[in-house]
Write a protein that binds this ligand. Structure first.
Ligand code: TRP
Length: 452
């Protein structure tokens, strides 16, 4: 295949921003706080940090490196890099394809809520610090089937349109500018939240661990979040790595993305938990937590409506960068393997997600009682992808890099930026990928699913 025809990131900075754009999204602003809240707070945070450092970061380096070596979509990459007769490794790519669709089915719904909240913020209808009123406003939106489907389709239409334009024009151009503004707004939120009376309780919830609450299921959830947060285990980072230029320093890029991503999550946590306790919200509220507490913090500051609107606009934009990276996995597979034009691949992907998305969108209303394993479609898709497919994909990627692909490939990849520091990093990452990460993931997965 002629590699020069492949689109790619036009600069190393652009690649860094797009990779960061993939990592930062609803995972930081919505998933991190709700999971931290419903899994007991600081203890969960500690496990999440360990999972990010010992598993997330090395897996991220491994994925980007695989992509850049193969210069192909998630399925073809494994085919190309596997030794003769071991083409079966490409199942990792197909699992990623499936995971992307499952994640998008519920992610697009949450992004839809964010879009709807932009208009609610402007209208002033969510400007309240009263948990009851906030709960009713959220409930009205999510239980209304037409509103849920409508907003989901707004999200799918918009992002499908952007993805059709390709990597350098679509993804890179859109994710480039807005991260700093979101950061500034989050800091503003933190300041207000920390100055509320009763803020201390929220801080101790977030930072004083109670390890009695850390059960195997909590550990699995924290590991799943580490994968979800850094867009790992399903070929997103592999696909993005395939668009990196040869001079991109992969370990440095991965470390920067990890740190920046973590800062956004922590800021979101610091913005939310003091307010949760100050206003009497329920920390374990789950998916609704953010949609109730963030408006409450803004309502309690001057100019609240304007900042609140800006916040939801920026969160919507942040979700776009993450969604584009999710869509890119199936779109690249369909267009490179089946030679579909990019537009056709984008339409097929959006169509599949639209179908899967219906039960997810109706999970809080019309189909709330339809459950499998005790979970609604929304929760089931989330659990299956984050807690099973991503960790499983992670194990397989580690085994592939650690035991099949080996260290020679990564070291060759480092040749362009081969400082001694880099060599040390790559060897450490390789050790983690070969031994520590696959074992840790396997134990956590088996324990968390009570199979062990
Ligand atoms: N990391 C994004 C977030 O936290 C979501 C995301 C984008 C993702 N691409 C992914 C999650 C790939 C898992 C796999 O919002």
């Amino acid at each position: 295949m002629a590699q020069s025809n492949r689109d790619g990131f036009t600069s190393t900075f652009g690649a860094l921003v797009a990779t960061l754009g993939s990592a930062v999204g609803l995972g930081n602003i919505w998933k991190f706080p709700s999971l931290t809240g419903s899994n007991g707070g600081a203890g969960f945070l500690v496990v999440y940090l360990l999972a990010t450092l010992l598993v997330g970061l090395p897996v991220m380096i491994a994925e980007c490196m695989l992509g850049r070596s193969a210069r192909a979509d998630a399925v073809t990459s494994f085919e190309r890099l596997a030794p003769k007769g071991q083409g079966g490794w490409k199942v990792i790519g197909w699992m990623g394809f499936a995971a992307a669709l499952l994640i998008m089915a519920f992610y697009s719904e949450v992004a839809g809520w964010v879009y709807a909240y932009i208009f609610k913020a402007i209208s002033g209808s969510i400007a309240t610090t009263d948990p009851k009123v906030a709960g009713v406003a959220f409930g009205e939106l999510v239980s209304n089937p037409w509103a849920s489907l409508f907003w989901q389709w707004v999200v799918l239409g918009l992002t499908g349109f952007i993805i059709a334009f390709g990597v350098s024009k679509g993804i890179e151009a859109v994710t480039r500018r807005l991260m700093p503004v979101l950061f500034a707004l989050l800091i503003l939120l933190c300041i207000r939240s920390l100055t509320l009376s009763g803020a201390g309780q929220g801080l101790s919830f977030l930072f004083m661990p109670d390890f009695a609450k850390v059960t195997p299921a909590v550990i699995l959830t924290a590991l799943g979040l580490a994968f979800f947060k850094l867009s790992l285990g399903m070929g997103t980072m592999l696909t993005y790595g395939s668009y990196f230029r040869p001079e991109q320093n992969i370990p440095a890029t991965a470390a920067r993305v990890m740190l920046a991503d973590l800062s956004v999550s922590l800021l979101a946590g610091i913005a939310i938990f003091p307010a949760v306790f100050a206003f009497g919200f329920e920390p374990a509220a789950g998916p609704s937590l953010v949609f109730m507490t963030i408006p409450a913090v803004f309502t309690s500051m001057p100019g609240g409506v304007i900042f609140m609107t800006a916040f939801f606009v920026l969160t919507a934009i942040a979700s776009v960068g993450a969604i584009l990276s999710l869509l890119e996995v199936p779109v690249a597979v369909l267009s490179e393997r089946f030679h579909l034009p990019r537009k056709g691949a984008a339409i097929a992907t959006i169509g599949l997600i639209g179908l899967l998305g219906v039960p997810a969108a109706l999970s809080q209303g019309t189909m709330a009682e339809v459950k499998l394993f005790g979970l609604t479609a929304f929760d089931l898709f989330d659990f299956l992808s984050s807690n099973i497919l991503l960790p499983l994909g992670g194990i397989l990627i580690c085994l592939f890099v650690g035991w099949v692909y080996g260290l020679a490939g990564p070291e060759r990849q480092m040749a362009e930026t081969g400082t001694p520091m880099n060599r040390l990093t790559i060897r450490t990452a390789f050790f983690l990928v070969r031994y520590v990460a696959p074992l840790a993931i396997a134990v956590v997965l088996l324990n968390g699913l009570k199979l062990f």
